[in-house]
Write a protein that binds this ligand. Structure first.
Ligand code: CMC
Length: 415
């Protein structure tokens, strides 16, 4: 079989190398398209373009398959914790028990933020969206670590990565607490990573916060399922901004902006808003009809995915978790009924089936987060906590195999 692809245009033939990865479709290397032909490729929304080589995450959208460094997400969710997966993404292997303990300890030590950051949280208006606070605070974090602007050693990248992974739950909890005027909370070093975040959301001075292991396990799974998802919109932002050699925390801040959008990480908040709007199972049909109407901007939130056209494996894990949690942490019974009715109808409706629109990770995570007492406005923030390890690992991978500055071209159609 040839490893060249031919393009013929205007009586001339051009050849391009065909590359093969370890899994997934072959890729035509089009980087010489302009120098060979004087033409650009147009791919709006990058639906057919691979923007980098990566060995972190593999997705097969047709088969509903998601793997991190070779491990299937279902297996990881069943057998490992979020911190195991963080280690896997960043250090390329699952940790031994001793290594995991050391990693957890390192993150605990780094979980405090500079006291100066508190003045920043205090400055935001009460109605500021926590994602806007997150974006600004992570950008501000770069001012405390100017050395991360010029790193060239692997150890420096790892220190930079551990720092933000450790601090992000503290920043997220602070964003929430300041917004509501609650007293500031410091990390509790006696608690694990996920447990500490829940603690920081709920604690009050001199109060003892009792967290149920099932709640911690549920949130840990939610974090894990969001840990990385190859070259999605926000990760592409991290790589684009990173290609300019910007400060890594500035790259992450930009990605938080991208994630905030309701087509991306803002969708889980949108799912709950939609369930509230529909309110009762007998109104589901009306909203399904609206979702199918091209003249109505309403979309079924938590449905559809650019890559998964069969099912989203993360949604499968979460649906199982949601069903386990119904009795134990009390998921809103009415929301459950509305959500179930949406699924039952959409999964059998020609419009949704023919377009490959299935429940995505956000469809189920919203109900779980709500049951954990997490306010809607914090849902996307939790996505950030889960996704930071993926963003950082992608950035480190890119830094260690530098890329040209990302500079797309256009088809000019103006005056
Ligand atoms: N409800 C109704 N119709 C839909 C929906 C939906 N949720 N999603 C896609 N469609 C239709 C769309 O109108 C289009 O129809 P047609 O071909 O007749 O014009 C077709 O399906 C393809 O849609 P698209 O917008 O071209 O597909 P995309 O790959 O560009 O968008 C998506 C993917 C996730 C942005 C989109 O499905 C969507 O807006 N879903 C709702 C928001 C959501 O749940 N987002 C979370 C994504 S998963 C978490 C993450 O990765 O961030």
């Amino acid at each position: 079989m040839t490893n060249k692809a031919k393009l013929s245009y205007d009586g001339k033939e051009y050849e391009f190398d065909v590359l093969e990865g370890t899994r997934g479709p072959k890729v035509i290397n089009m980087s010489s398209l302009y120098s060979q032909t004087g033409m650009f490729a147009l791919d709006e929304g990058l639906t057919s373009t691979a923007t980098c080589k990566s060995e972190i995450t593999y997705i097969n959208g047709e088969a509903g398959e998601l793997r991190h460094r070779g491990y299937e997400i279902e297996w990881l969710a069943e057998n490992k914790t979020f911190l195991d997966v963080v280690h896997l993404l960043l250090y390329k292997e699952l940790p031994s028990k001793e290594r995991l303990d050391a990693f957890r300890y390192e993150l605990k030590k780094r979980s405090f933020i500079h006291e100066g950051m508190h003045k920043l949280f205090d400055a935001f208006p009460d109605d500021a969206h926590p994602m806007a606070i997150m974006q600004a605070s992570v950008a501000a974090l770069s001012t405390f670590y100017p050395d991360h602007l010029n790193m060239d050693k692997h150890e420096d990248y790892m220190e930079m990565a551990a720092r933000i992974i450790a601090k992000i739950p503290t920043i997220a909890a602070s964003a929430y607490r300041y917004k509501h005027g609650y007293p500031m909370a410091y990390p509790n070093l006696d608690r694990g990573f996920t447990e500490n975040f829940l603690y920081m959301l709920r604690t009050y001075p001199y109060d003892h916060v009792e967290l149920r292991p099932i709640e911690v396990k549920a949130l840990d799974t939610v974090f894990m399922l969001h840990a990385d998802h190859e070259q999605n919109a926000s990760t592409s932002v991290v790589r684009s901004v990173g290609s300019t050699h910007a400060h890594p925390y500035s790259c992450i801040s930009s990605a938080i902006g991208a994630l905030w959008g309701h087509a991306h990480g803002g969708a889980n908040e949108g799912v709950i808003r939609m369930l509230e709007m529909i309110a009762t199972p007998d109104r589901v049909d009306e909203f399904i009809k609206r979702a199918k109407d091209k003249n109505d901007p309403f979309r079924l939130m938590g449905f559809g995915h650019r890559v998964y056209k069969n099912f989203d494996p993360r949604a499968k894990v979460l649906k199982k978790l949601r069903d386990q949690l119904v009795d134990e942490i009390g998921i809103d019974a009415n929301f459950m009924k509305v959500a179930q009715r949406i699924e039952d109808i959409a999964l059998n409706d020609e419009y949704f089936v023919s377009r490959g629109l299935y429940p995505n990770v956000d469809f189920h995570s919203g109900l779980i987060l709500k049951a954990l007492g997490i306010p809607n406005e914090m849902f996307a923030v939790l996505f950030v906590i889960g996704r930071i390890p993926g963003w950082i690992s992608q950035l480190v991978e890119q830094k260690e195999a530098p890329l040209k500055i990302v500079r797309p071209r256009q088809l000019y159609v103006g005056k």
